[in-house]
Ligand binder design. Structure first.
Ligand code: AMP
Length: 590
C-alpha cells in the first residue's frame, strides 16, 4: 500500500525528505544487508544509491517468489510473431533454468564483473541469460539481434565480453536470418577475443557449432545450479547502449540496488500493478523498456510478464491480452499507429482484464491517444523516458487514489519522485527551452557511462554549473508541475528568429483523418533562416490523397502563417532507428 493519497503529497515527500522517502521505497526489496543510507556522493562527482547495502537482483526477481509459494505462477509468457511459437514459464521453472544456466556460465569462466554480450531477439532464453548474469554478478550487455558484423564488432570491442550469446537466427518479418555469419564477421573484425560463444538453437535455422568456441545454450542450462551471489548495491547490473537518436551511442551503466528499488516502486506508483497482475510490453528486450518492464520490474514485483518477438500484430495483441488477462499494456506510438491502421473502422473490443495502456519512446499525437482511448475504452497515457533514466521522468500515477487531471492525459504527465525538472530558456524570458534535471537523479538512473572499459561519470550530460543533468529534450513546465515535451533540442525549427518545434506542427497534421504518421523537419531558408517541411505517410485505408493545401491550411489555421510551412512531401514510410523511432535527420537525405 502506498502511503500517499495525492500526487503533491507523494512528490513533496520525495523532494523534502529524500532519505526517508527512498529508504521506505527500498523496503520493497529483499536485501542481504539492509541499506542504512539512501544516496551518497561519489569521489568521481556522480552519486551512488544505497551504498553499503547488499542484494542480488536475480534473487529478488525469481527466487523470492518461489520461496513465498508462488512457484506455480507464470513468470514469462512468450509469443513469436515470426514463428507463431508460444511458451509460458513458471517462476519455479524459471528459477531452475536460470540457476542452471548461471552454473553453465561459471563453467565457462564467467565471474562477477565480467561482461556477457547477448545479441538475441526477444526470447525466454534472452531473459534467462540476463537473469543468470545478474545471479553471478556478471554484467549483461544486450544488443540488437539484427546488427551486422561490423556493428557487433564495435560492441564487442567496447565492452570486451568474456562470452557472447546469440540465437541461431533472428527474424525479419517471417524470414529467418542466420546469426552465425554476422558473429563470424564480428569476431574476425574485433580486436577483443571472447573466450566462448553460446548459441540457442532454433528449429527454423540451427547453426553449426564451431568446435572449441561454441556451446549449446540448452545443454549449458543443465549445469549444476548456482546460488545468487550477494552484490553491493552500486555494483553494475548491466550496460545498455543508447539508440543513437540522442547523439553517438554510449553504454549506459545501471546499478543493482537503485535500479531494483526504482522499478519496484514504479510498478505500484505509476502502473498501478500488484503481485499476480500481468504486464505486457511490446518492446524488444534489447531496448531499455524491454530491460525494465519486459524483465526486471514485472518479475521483481511478482507479476507475469508477456514478451513478444517481432512487431506485434493487432491479432496477437488482442489474443495475448485476452488469454493472459493482461492488466497493463506498454507500447510505442508507432505500434499504436499500426493497431489503428488495422482497426480504424472496427468496433471497440477491449480485453476484459485490461486496466490501462501506456506509451513512450517518441511523440504521441493527441489524435492517436484519443483513438486508443476509444478503442480500449480504458485510460491510455503517454510518459517520457530515456535509456539513461531507466524509468519514466514524467508520468501519470495510477497507484494513487487521486485521479490524474483529465487535462494532462494527452501529455507526458508530471515528474516521477526524485526527478526535479527545470527549463533553460533558449531565448531569455521565454517559457520553453531545454529540460534539465537537478542532480542527484533518483535511483534507477544511470550509474555512469561505460568508457575505455571502466565506469565513468556521465560528464557529457552534466551542465556547466555541475548541478543539472541535460536531457537534450525541449519543453516547458506549467504551474501544476505538468511538463510538456516539444522534441529533441536539435529538432527545434527557427523561423525568422521565432522557434517552433516540429512536434507542434506534427500534432496538427496528425489530426487529419487520412494521415497515418508524419514528421516535420527544418530545411535552410535564404530569407527566414529555416522553414519546416512535412513528410506525411497516408493511412492505407484512405480513399483519396488530401491536397497539400488542405494540410497547409490546417497548420496555418492552428498556428499562424508565420510558421512558414509550404511543402508537404508524401512518402511510403518514415525512416526509423532499429528500435522504431523516427530519425528526423535522415528525412532530409531522402
Ligand atoms: P532512448 O533513450 O533511445 O529511449 O530515447 C530517449 C528519447 O526519446 C527522449 O530523450 C525523447 O527525445 C524521446 N522520448 C521518449 N519518450 C517520449 C515521449 N513520451 N514523448 C516524446 N518523446 C519521447
Amino acid at each position: 500500500m502506498l502511503p500517499w493519497t495525492t500526487y503533491e503529497a507523494m512528490y513533496d515527500a520525495a523532494q523534502n525528505q529524500p532519505e526517508a522517502f527512498w529508504l521506505e521505497a527500498a523496503q520493497r526489496i529483499t536485501w542481504q544487508q539492509q541499506p542504512g543510507m539512501a544516496s551518497r556522493a561519489r569521489a568521481d562527482g556522480w552519486h551512488d544509491w544505497f551504498p553499503g547495502a547488499t542484494l542480488n537482483t536475480c534473487y529478488n526477481a525469481v527466487d523470492r517468489h518461489v520461496e513465498q509459494g508462488h512457484g506455480a505462477q507464470a513468470a514469462l509468457v512468450w509469443h513469436s510473431c515470426a514463428t507463431k511459437e508460444r511458451q509460458t514459464i513458471t517462476y519455479k521453472e524459471l528459477l531452475g533454468r536460470v540457476a542452471g544456466f548461471a552454473g553453465g556460465l561459471r563453467t565457462l569462466g564467467v565471474e562477477k564483473g565480467d561482461r556477457v554480450l547477448i545479441a538475441m531477439p526477444t526470447m525466454i532464453e534472452t531473459a534467462i541469460a540476463m537473469l543468470a548474469c545478474a545471479r553471478i554478478g556478471a554484467v549483461h550487455v544486450v544488443v540488437f539481434a539484427g546488427y551486422a558484423g561490423p556493428e557487433l564488432a564495435r560492441r564487442i570491442d567496447d565492452v570486451a565480453p568474456k562470452v557472447v550469446i546469440i540465437a541461431s537466427c533472428s527474424f525479419q518479418g517471417q524470414t529467418a536470418i542466420p546469426s552465425a555469419p554476422a558473429l563470424n564477421v564480428a569476431l574476425a573484425q574485433a580486436t577483443h577475443e571472447p573466450q566462448a560463444c553460446i548459441i540457442v538453437q532454433r528449429n527454423a535455422c540451427p547453426a553449426p557449432l564451431v568446435c572449441a568456441r561454441d556451446h549449446d545454450f540448452h545443454t549449458l542450462e543443465h549445469s549444476p545450479p548456482v546460488a545468487p551471489v550477494m552484490l553491493r548495491s552500486e555494483d553494475p547490473l548491466y550496460i545498455l547502449h543508447t539508440s543513437g537518436t540522442t547523439g553517438t551511442s554510449k553504454g549506459i551503466v545501471r546499478d543493482n540496488g537503485g535500479h531494483a528499488v526504482a522499478l519496484a516502486l514504479s510498478m505500484e506508483l505509476i502502473y498501478g500493478c500488484r503481485s499476480g497482475d500481468t504486464f505486457f510490453t511490446t518492446s524488444d528486450l534489447g531496448w531499455v523498456v524491454g530491460h525494465s518492464y519486459g524483465v526486471y520490474a514485472p518479475l521483481i514485483n511478482g507479476c507475469t510478464s508477456v514478451i513478444v518477438e517481432g512487431a506485434t500484430t493487432s491479432a496477437a495483441l488482442r489474443t495475448l491480452c485476452h488469454e493472459h488477462a493482461v492488466t497493463c499494456l506498454f507500447t510505442t506510438p508507432t505500434q499504436m499507429r499500426l493497431l489503428r491502421q488495422e482497426n480504424r473502422n472496427l468496433p471497440a473490443h477491449p480485453p476484459a482484464a485490461l486496466a490501462r495502456v501506456f506509451v513512450a519512446g517518441e511523440y504521441a499525437d493527441p489524435t492517436l491517444l484519443d483513438w486508443a482511448r476509444a478503442y480500449f475504452q480504458k485510460p491510455v497515457v503517454n510518459h517520457w523516458w530515456q535509456t539513461e533514466t531507466g524509468w519514466s521522468i514524467t508520468a501519470h500515477f495510477f497507484g494513487l487514489p487521486e485521479r490524474e487531471p483529465i487535462t494532462l492525459m494527452n501529455d507526458i504527465g508530471r515528474p516521477a519522485p526524485g526527478f526535479h525538472p527545470a527549463i533553460v530558456p533558449s531565448v531569455p524570458g521565454e517559457p520553453c527551452g531545454e529540460i534539465v534535471l537537478a542532480l542527484p537523479l533518483p535511483p534507477g538512473c544511470l550509474a555512469g557511462v561505460w568508457q575505455n572499459r571502466v565506469i565513468q561519470p556521465p560528464t557529457a550530460c552534466i551542465d556547466e554549473t555541475g548541478r543539472f543533468y541535460r536531457t537534450f529534450d525541449e519543453g516547458m513546465i506549467d504551474t501544476g508541475r505538468a511538463v510538456h515535451m516539444l522534441g529533441r533540442s536539435d529538432d527545434v525549427i527557427k523561423v525568422a528568429g521565432r522557434r517552433i518545434s516540429g512536434v507542434q506542427i506534427e500534432k496538427i497534421i496528425a489530426a487529419h483523418p487520412a494521415v497515418h504518421a508524419c514528421a516535420v523537419v527544418a530545411v535552410p531558408d535564404g530569407l527566414r533562416g529555416q522553414r519546416p517541411v512535412a513528410y506525411v505517410v497516408l493511412d492505407t485505408a484512405t480513399q483519396s490523397i488530401p491536397a497539400t493545401d488542405e494540410i497547409l491550411g490546417q497548420v496555418h489555421r492552428a498556428l499562424g502563417r508565420w510558421v512558414g510551412l509550404k511543402e508537404v512531401r508524401f512518402v511510403q514510410h518514415l525512416p526509423t532507428t532499429v528500435s522504431g523511432k523516427i530519425t528526423r535527420r535522415h528525412l532530409l537525405a531522402l
